[in-house]
Design a protein. Structure first.
Length: 686
DNA sequence: CGTCGTGGTAAGGGTAATTGTGTCCA
DNA sequence: CTGGACACAATTACCCTTACCACGAC
């Protein structure tokens, strides 16, 4: 966003607003904002001279570090009528001088009080009326709904948290405040006027929701972690003493009020734990049906007062009752069927079909409707989450995610499984490290592929006639034992790179086996007849005669290699064809015709060996897939910038969790730390 | 005095992640 | 028999919304 000119005496940083930053020979930094440029950001109806606030910030992570100088300036216009202004400031530390001189301070923003509501943190996006409304009542919401407003609910996405953190950071810098907790817990209402409104920019959430989120984020008595038995005992005593005065109980325990409240909900003197007895299940079902006026066999997933249910069941808490009902009992009673692998594929396809921009927009009720193996909408949602979690860096991959899962990854114990439409395998064998691979389909006994030291070989294979799986095994022992735990799978159409890297082998990324799956290859590109797919295509190039292949294999019988261990087996890459996916999809009532047509190809193609075609992959997403051997990401082969959003701020909740996990690891059993005491004092001030 | 905006509490429905447990299999 | 891997049930820390209320400004 900025250009930096450097000469012996001055450095000029130009920004989108053409504010210039210069440095004179004495080390003073001079900011200049010409009048015409300033006008650009004035609102049309601005009458009073705007109160300009210059905010210098670095996009560097370290800008939030205390040790890094942060320059924040408030500047008034030179005169009432002149919109231009000039600021001269002296950098307070040498480091700051250096940074400016080196051009690492890259962001200059001009904020004007009158403009706060017009400038969103994301740029030109209009500020939602929703985010400026406090509304907590149904009437408030109805009113906004009637005006055509829609807003976000549910869990905050990573993007939203980023926006929020960014807004807070900007607010702090603009006012020269170091710590947001000063505003949240120490300032009076009057002093923090506009704080919540300002930081709600770009967030299509009610102000109240933003307020709650911020309070939680910065309350260090939140996220303290697991309750110790001592804490539980103390909690019970405090509960008897103070009743439902959660604030008092929380203060005594060094926990937030909501935390102790939630913990008490889990405690019930009469509660059983562990497996439910038949009697309990029977009672739960009776109570649920009675309270919801439904009949046994009816599907009941909403409108249940679980507190009331638990009261009647007697031996279980409301959470236990809810969990048991939604995850098992209701499904069992209404004649549900077992969840299969096909269901799992179907789930991914259906979510892809929905084409929703945000995971929160998925209507799980609708998705679960008429799906007998789905235990409840809530259960289905958690199923989706389980699938997503199989990808190690799923948190860094923002939704819309379904296309990412179309080359569906499932890492089982011994193989990486890729479910993908028509595919195009493209091997980039490690330089000088020949590898032997085996391409298997259910209609063939296996196609051994030996990749010699030639730079790159592309294998093109298309969907076989019948639904089947294609498995690619990396077989070369010396390769496997040393470096081929690293397998990269690139899928061009969904633009996904799946990469597995062994922890014990992070230095060998250069020699990793690379596999490209092109899912949008036209059948006309591959005129070879299907019968070319035969095992003897490269019979003499099999380097390891001890390898044996079961002639007919299926999912349960992945090829076994008589003299190879599980490390080697793990290197299999399995590709399912679109027919299989379509087939399973068609089993469902509402088979998406557009999906089917998109994934089914007419012709059959055979594998051919070609020279690698130069291929450009834009906007690809990289998923790091954990392996049974504890794969980790290697930074040298992954262009992180193309994958992960550049994040310069950390959600205090997440940060705290990370710190907490370290603390737990080192000092178990100290429920109230000195930190929490400090926070308690802090909050008491509040 | 009534209304409105803001900020606060408690209750309860919910999610996400971890932990516990039973089962299978080498 | 045993230990490891796995799936799934159970648990729990934390999240979010809703209803309701207090209080000061107007």
């Amino acid at each position: 966003m900025s250009t930096v000119e450097e000469d012996s005496d001055t450095v000029t940083v130009e920004t989108v607003n053409s504010v210039t930053l210069t440095q004179d020979t004495e080390g003073n930094l001079i900011l200049h904002c010409p009048q015409n440029e300033a006008d650009e950001i004035d609102s049309e109806d601005s009458i009073e001279p705007p109160h300009k606030r210059l905010c210098l910030s670095s996009e560097d992570d370290q800008s939030i570090d205390d040790s890094t100088p942060c320059i924040s300036v408030v500047a008034l216009p030179l005169s009432e009528n002149d919109q231009s202004f000039e600021v001269t400031m002296t950098a307070t530390t040498e480091v700051a001088d250096d940074e400016v001189t080196e051009g690492t301070v890259t962001q200059i923003q001009i904020l004007q009080n009158e403009q706060l509501d017009e400038i969103s943190p994301l740029g030109n996006e209009e500020v939602s009326a929703v985010s400026q409304a406090w509304f907590t009542t149904k009437e408030d919401k109805d009113s906004l709904t009637n005006k055509g407003h829609k807003w976000k609910q549910g869990m905050w996405s990573k993007e939203e948290i980023d926006i929020l953190m960014n807004n807070i950071e900007r607010y702090l810098k603009a006012r020269g405040i170091k710590d947001a907790t000063e505003i949240i817990f120490e300032m009076s209402k009057d002093e923090r006027k506009d704080f919540y409104r300002t930081i709600a920019w770009g967030l299509n959430r009610p102000l109240f929701a933003v307020y709650r989120r911020v309070l939680r984020m910065y309350d260090d008595r939140n996220h303290v972690g697991k309750y110790t038995p001592e804490e539980i005992e103390k909690l019970k005593e405090l509960r008897i003493k103070h009743g439902n005065d959660w604030a008092t109980i929380g203060a005594a325990l060094g926990r937030s009020a909501s935390s102790v409240k939630d913990r008490c909900r889990l405690m019930k003197d009469t509660c059983n734990t562990g497996k439910w007895t038949e009697e309990e299940e029977k009672r739960l079902a009776e109570v649920v049906h009675e309270l919801t006026s439904t009949e046994p066999g009816d599907i009941v997933t909403q409108g249940v007062s679980w507190a009331a249910v638990a009261e009647r069941v007697g031996t279980r808490s409301e959470k236990q009752c809810r969990s048991k009902w939604l995850n098992y009992l209701n499904w069992k009673q209404s004649g549900g069927t077992e969840w299969t692998k096909e269901d799992e594929i179907n789930l991914i396809l259906r979510i892809a079909e929905l084409d929703v921009a945000d995971e929160n927009d998925i209507n799980w009720d609708l998705l679960a409707e008429g799906w007998s193996s789905v235990r409840s909408p809530q259960w289905l949602r958690s199923k989706w989450w389980t699938i997503k979690r199989q990808i190690a860096n799923h948190k860094d991959v923002s939704f819309p995610a379904p296309p990412l899962f179309l080359p569906y990854l499932l890492l089982r114990s011994e193989r990486l499984e890729v479910l993908c439409p028509n595919f195009h395998l493209h091997f980039c064998p490690p330089t000088g490290t020949p590898g032997t691979y085996l391409l298997q389909t259910s209609s063939s006994q296996g196609l051994p592929l030996t990749l010699t030291a030639s730079p790159t070989v592309t294998l093109t294979a298309a969907a076989p006639a019948s639904p089947e799986q294609i498995i690619v095994h990396a077989l070369s022992p010396e390769h496997l034992l040393n470096t081929s735990d690293n397998v990269t799978v690139q899928c061009h159409t969904p633009r996904v790179i799946i990469q597995t890297v062994a922890t014990e082998d992070i230095t060998s990324s250069i020699s990793q086996a690379e596999l490209t799956v092109d899912s949008d290859i036209q059948s006309s590109d591959f005129p070879e007849p299907p019968d070319a797919l035969e095992a003897d295509t490269f019979p003499d190039e099999i380097h390891h005669p001890k390898m044996t292949v079961e002639p007919s294999f299926n999912d349960a019988h992945v090829s076994k290699f008589s003299d190879q261990n599980s490390t080697e087996l793990m290197n299999s890459v399995m590709v399912r064809t679109e027919e299989e996916i379509s087939d399973t999809d068609l089993k469902q009532e509402e088979s998406p015709s557009d999906l089917a047509s998109a994934y089914v190809t007419e012709g059959l193609e055979s594998p051919t060996i070609e020279e690698q075609v130069d291929q450009t992959i834009d906007d690809e997403t990289i998923l790091i897939v954990p392996s049974p051997h504890g794969f980790i990401q290697t930074s040298d082969v992954i262009d992180a910038e193309s994958v992960l959003p550049l994040t310069t701020l950390t959600d205090p909740i997440l940060q705290h969790h990370q710190e907490e996990s370290n603390i737990i690891g080192s000092s178990l059993g100290s429920p109230v730390s000195e930190d929490s005491k400090d926070v308690e004092d802090l909050v008491n001030c509040h």
